[in-house]
Write a protein that binds this ligand. Structure first.
Ligand code: NDP
Length: 247
C-alpha cells in the first residue's frame, strides 16, 4: 500500500492505459480522481475502484484542452479530496494524416488535448502540491515523440512537446520537492492501437525486440514506480516502456 493517504488525479482514466493506471494506484491505496472526456467512462472506472474500497474514487468529466473548465475541475478535486499528491497526464488522442493533407482542425485537436491538456492540469494542481512541499507529476508521452512517425506530425509534435514541458517543469518545481517525469510507451494494446490493421500490427511486432505489444498494466507499473517514494531522486527523465524499440 505505497500510496495510502494519497490522492492521485489520472486523466483519460476511462479507458486503456489511464484505466490501468487508476486501478493500479488505487490497488496500492491511493484515492483516485478519475478524469475522462465522457462522464460514462469516468464513472465506470470510479465505480470499479469503489466496488473494492468504498468512497475511494470520484469521477470528473472534462475536456482536458479547456483551460477554464480544467481549473474548475481542479478546484472540485481539491474540495472533494483535500489534497493532490500525484498527477498523471495521460489523456490523449490521434488524428493521423500525412502533413500535406492534415487539416488545421486535426492539428489543433491533438496539440490541445495531448500537450495543452497537461499544462492545464498542472496549473490546476501545482499550487496545492507546492503548499504540500511534495508531489509527483507523470506525463504520458510516446516513443513517437522521440523517433517520429510518418503520418503523425501532430501527434509526434505533441508528445515531443510533452518531453520539453516535463524537463522545464522539473527544473521549476524541484525546489518544492515535486518531481516531474515522462513515460514514453511503445505500442500498447488499447482502443488507440486496435484501429491498426492486422498487417501493420504484425509489422510492428516484428520491429519490437520483445516481439509483442505491451499490456496497459505494464505502463501502469512504471507509473506506480515513478509515483512512489522509491523514485524520490528521479526527476526530468523520460522512461521508455516500449519492449526495447528505443535504445
Ligand atoms: P485510449 O484511446 O484507449 O483512451 C484515451 C483516454 O483519453 C480515454 O479515457 C478518453 O476519454 C481520454 N480523452 C481523450 N481525449 C480527451 C479529452 N479531450 N479530455 C479528457 N479526456 C480525454 O488511449 P490509450 O489508453 O491508448 O492512450 C493513453 C495515453 O497513452 C495517450 O496519451 C496516448 O497518446 C499514450 N500512448 C498510447 C500508446 C498506445 O500504443 N496505446 C503508445 C504511446 C503513448 P473517454 O474514455 O471519456 O473517451
Amino acid at each position: 500500500m505505497r500510496f495510502e493517504g494519497q490522492t492521485a488525479v489520472v486523466t483519460g482514466a476511462g479507458r486503456g492505459i489511464g484505466h490501468a493506471i487508476a486501478v493500479r494506484l488505487a490497488n496500492e491505496g491511493a484515492r483516485i480522481a478519475s478524469v475522462s472526456r465522457t462522464s460514462d467512462n469516468a464513472e465506470k472506472t470510479a465505480a470499479e475502484i469503489n466496488s473494492k474500497r468504498a468512497d475511494s474514487a470520484r469521477a470528473y468529466a472534462v475536456d482536458v484542452g479547456d483551460h477554464a473548465a480544467v481549473q474548475k475541475i481542479g478546484e472540485s478535486i481539491l474540495r472533494d479530496f483535500g489534497r493532490v499528491d500525484i498527477l498523471v497526464n495521460n489523456a490523449g488522442i490521434t488524428r493521423d494524416a500525412f502533413s500535406v493533407r492534415m487539416s488545421p482542425t486535426d492539428w489543433d485537436a491533438v496539440l490541445n488535448t495531448n500537450l495543452k491538456g497537461a499544462f492545464n492540469f498542472v496549473q490546476a494542481v501545482q499550487r496545492a502540491m507546492t503548499r504540500q512541499r511534495n508531489g509527483r507529476i507523470i506525463n504520458i508521452s510516446s516513443i513517437i515523440g522521440i523517433i517520429g512517425n510518418a503520418g503523425q506530425t501532430n501527434y509526434a509534435a505533441s508528445k515531443a512537446g510533452l518531453i520539453g514541458f516535463t524537463k522545464s517543469l522539473a527544473r521549476e518545481l524541484a525546489s518544492r520537492n515535486i518531481t516531474v517525469n515522462a513515460i514514453a510507451p511503445g505500442y500498447v494494446a488499447t482502443d488507440m492501437t486496435s484501429a491498426l490493421t492486422e498487417d501493420v500490427q504484425k509489422f510492428l511486432q516484428e520491429k519490437i525486440p520483445l516481439k509483442r505489444v505491451a499490456q496497459p498494466e505494464e505502463i501502469a507499473a512504471a507509473v506506480a514506480f515513478l509515483a512512489s517514494a522509491e523514485a524520490s531522486y528521479i526527476t526530468g527523465q523520460v522512461l521508455c516502456v516500449d519492449g526495447g524499440i528505443v535504445m
